[in-house]
Design a protein. Sequence first.
Length: 324
Amino acid sequence: MTSVRGRLAPSPTGRLHLGNAWAFLLAWLACRKAGGTLVLRMEDIDPDRATQDWAEEIVFDLHWLGLDWDEGPHPDGTPGETGDCGPYVQSRRGALYEQALHRLGARVYPCYCTRKELRDQLHAMAGAPHVDDRGAPYPGTCRHLTAEERAQREAGGRHPCLRLNTEGLADIVFMDALCGPQRFSLAGCGGDFALRRSDGVWAYQLAVVVDDALMGVNQVVRGEDILVSTPRQLALFDLLGWPRPAYAHIPLLCDAAGERLAKRHNSLSLRALRAAGRTPQELVGLLAFKAGLQDRPDPKTPRELLDGFTWQRLPRGPVLLDAQ
């Protein structure tokens, strides 16, 4: 029987908020309830937004909440890592992404379209699909350019991104622990998607697949808003010959108006709540109450919730916080 390996994968682009704590608590509970190993990985591939200061604050916040991990950055914030699957920081894993890109071979092609050109192309298409969490659908403009056409674009100063050709790939079918059976066509998820940006920055879809595979992650717990990305990632797992992880896409924690919590909700950052005198036990107890794991928002530590944790108790649909 394969042992569970879960992960916490924050992006150090700002302060953790209550919505992050919600997702990380449930991921921690799912892994610890199964007696599994938990990996902490910093997803810092965005060079314009990710900083070491944010990463250090995230480590502090997770430790403060009572969430521990077995592999990744040292929990006391000191330099270095623990575990055999590092580096546990995406900005230091570029060579591994390059190797995976090479293995995808002829499925990868350069795309010279700018964002404005893609928008214009979509607007010109009759009945163009709505742009949502899937992103703007790609119409395949550069998919079959000749070598001469590519050379002309590069001679004109164009720097291409690299896309995966999804033509001919079957529908992606999988079972989600909360959302049940899922079936997606890759065309319905936006078609050919980027693996590396035109400025050389690795795309999330490729990086997360390489990291989960090489770190042995087989249990992924994350928000429902990421569900539409999962078919793309599963396609990459399949093409690279790596086993698929199991997924649980949890309902989103929203403010009283139903808006998904984000870094702009500064008053709900863990740092602000801590400064306001809230204890980690109070926050964990509130989140456990919202998750259906207890009948009242009584203060609790994460470990005190393990016995009663089960996916069946979680609500379906967005979870609203009270205005106060």
